[in-house]
Design a protein around this ligand. Sequence first.
Ligand code: ING
Length: 313
Amino acid sequence: MTRYLRAAAAQLGPVHLADDRASVVGRLIEMLREAHGAGCRLVVFPELALTTFFPRYWWDDAAEADRFFEREMPGPETAPLFEEAKRLGVAFYLGYAELSEEEGQVHHYNSAVLVGPGGDIVGKYRKVHLPGHADHRAALEFQHLEKRYFEVGNLGFPVWRLFGRVMGMCICNDRRWPETYRVMSLKGMELMMVGYNTPDTNQYHPEPKHLKMFHNHLTMQAGAYQNGTWVVASAKAGAEDGFGMIGGSCIIAPTGERVAQALTEEDEVVFYDCDLDLGDYIKRTVFNFEAHRRIEHYGLITERTGPFAAAPD
Ligand code: ING
């Protein structure tokens, strides 16, 4: 069983509306080669890695957004990435907009696939936590319409075995919710892969810009430590057609420490030799779920979606 896994976060700089998939796939392949050259066996690309972050735009006809979706994975434009990964023997996580037909119904998901070193799809995840809003808000500097263009993921929070270890995936806003880490950790997750596209300003409420990066790292470092898991996180960063997104791609140890971090808002590969046994002592002691969790007191977490005024218990 693998103990040390050299993993990379492959951060993408801006992808503009005018950028075609072939040019983006070329950039992904360049970073895959760079990571392979550094000895990495796993590469994490961002959320919606193939296109610009199109949920920032409103179209009266939502079907206008379909051009940003993949109808097959791999498809003709993404096949070169799968082929190169297979040639190099590198596994990867790729975030993309998935248009799928199930029982004659068309569905739209914000998805990610985990591809093994042999170029085969090991697993798929569909984003559960869709932030933002579904209506057009003309007053906003930019929209955030994931609730308009995507359905809530219907695959739950699966985990998969890769390199003999238990891997989990999530997408962007999922990383802000402790439930994401906990469900997968209850299934034995040892390393979580996450891609994100995070605007560098809060369009809903004025807040200091530095909080975007602070909250980005805070949530993932807490999730890593509270579940004794590694986190490999990759941003799509920089200004896409003028709309800024944070970078800060990083690799986080089960101790909660950031051990590698991107310095730019461009295409940048950061990597680290992850000791997949490091989280064991945390899972055996401070966060020994079996010894310390008291589920008889946690019922509200799955019985109640939001808080409502209730008489004090
Ligand atoms: N983006 C953002 C994210 O969760 C967001 C949306 C930003 C929500 C900041 C709340 C606060 O990083 C996506 N794509 O989920």
